[in-house]
Design a protein around this ligand. Structure first.
Ligand code: SF4
Length: 86
């Protein structure tokens, strides 16, 4: 599929002018709950929940939002809170 066709079919621009999926759940999530394009999944999927980024401290709003849906993000934030309080 050509990039332009992929954008037209699956993506839209959000309020921050970033491309995001048009639909939730992701159209590539299979009925078996596995990613049907795992080997070619987007960079954002490969790096999710982005907790190993050098600029991790700059995306704290995203991380806090992710704690509601991602156990890994939740546990990392809880551990950070525990270390701050010790
Ligand atoms: S890993 Fe990414 S592309 Fe694959 S199903 Fe999940 S959101 Fe979709």
């Amino acid at each position: 599929m050509k990039p332009g066709d992929f954008i037209d079919t699956y993506l839209r621009l959000d309020e921050e002018n970033d491309f995001v999926l048009q639909q939730v759940p992701c159209p590539f999530l299979g009925v078996d709950n596995y990613c049907s394009i795992y080997d070619k999944r987007p960079k954002a999927c490969r790096e999710y929940p982005h907790t190993d980024r050098k600029d991790f401290h700059k995306i704290s709003n995203i991380t806090i939002r992710n704690t509601a849906v991602c156990p890994a993000a939740y546990n990392i934030v809880e551990e950070m809170k525990r270390r701050i309080n010790n």
